[in-house]
Design a binder for this molecule. Structure first.
Ligand SMILES: C[S@@+](CC[C@H](N)C(=O)[O-])C[C@H]1O[C@@H](n2cnc3c(N)ncnc32)[C@H](O)[C@@H]1O
Length: 247
């Protein structure tokens, strides 16, 4: 079995997103008949590929830094007969020259545009054409975490890392959008995602006692599980379908 910490075979999407919500998102986004789709921090681009399948007139561009994830996206495009309508580019999305596009996807990846959410939203407004749509998948606090909780999340986690849901939508409005649809990942979607994220690693650890990679792999998995059990019910993920206000 290949390096356990890179195995993502159990993940359909790289985030808490159920098949049912993905279907609804794809129907809504493809219903706007986009001619072009730009996926910022696309990973393997599963959602973009589904939109392209549902919008036969559309072409897509996915941008990510992760060559392995991009290769998975290219294989999936090939297998679904979409390879001639999509390209997966290994480059940074920061200050990208691609776009504007009729549909911009940015799911769990605003950091690819900017470390500051208002600046990332301004970038999304620049990258979407008038009458287009942005799907923003973005973190928010379901409640303010305590200092003890923050110390168990990610390195240097701070209460200022995310707004609450109302604050997140207000930032999108300030950046020149109206929220067409606001929805948030359920606890079931989080549990499915976080379990799938670690499942291959946990099975590998159980089956490889004494392997030279066990210690560092176990530490990484235990750290991630401790963080997840701390942000469970505290960190939310919002899916905002945003309409740019015409200029
Ligand atoms: C949580 S994943 C989300 C992937 C995908 N959007 C999805 O929902 O399945 C975040 C992605 O952002 C990418 N990323 C981070 N910084 C980036 C940058 N500067 N340019 C392009 N991609 C970046 C990472 O490589 C990673 O694939």
């Amino acid at each position: 079995m290949t390096p356990p910490h890179r195995s993502r075979t159990r993940l359909t999407f790289h985030g808490p997103l159920s098949e049912a919500r993905a279907d609804r998102l794809v129907r809504r986004l493809a219903g706007n008949a986009p001619a072009t789709v730009l996926d910022i921090g696309c990973g393997w681009g599963e959602l973009m590929l589904r939109v392209l399948a549902a919008a036969p007139q559309a072409t897509g561009t996915g941008i990510d830094l992760d060559g392995e994830d991009l290769a998975r996206g290219r294989r999936a495009a090939e297998a679904r007969g979409l390879a001639d309508r999509v390209r997966f580019l290994e480059e940074s999305a920061t200050g990208t020259a691609h776009g504007p596009a009729a549909l911009v996807l940015c799911v769990g990846a605003s950091q690819a545009l900017s470390g500051e959410l208002p600046a990332a939203l301004a970038e999304l407004r620049r990258l979407v054409s008038d009458h287009g749509r942005v799907l923003l998948g973005e973190g928010f606090w379901q409640r303010t975490p305590t200092p003890a909780e923050l110390s168990r999340m990610w390195p240097d986690a701070a209460a200022t890392d995310h707004p609450d849901l109302a604050g997140l939508v207000d930032l999108a409005v300030d950046a020149g959008f109206r929220p067409e649809w606001t929805e948030t990942a359920s606890l079931d979607e989080w549990e499915e995602f976080e379990s799938a994220y670690l499942a291959d690693t946990e099975v590998w650890l159980a089956g490889h006692p004494g392997h030279p990679l066990v210690e560092e792999t176990r530490q990484r998995a235990d750290r991630h599980r401790a963080a997840w059990h701390t942000y469970r019910g505290v960190l939310g993920l919002a899916y905002l379908t945003l309409v740019p206000v015409a200029r």
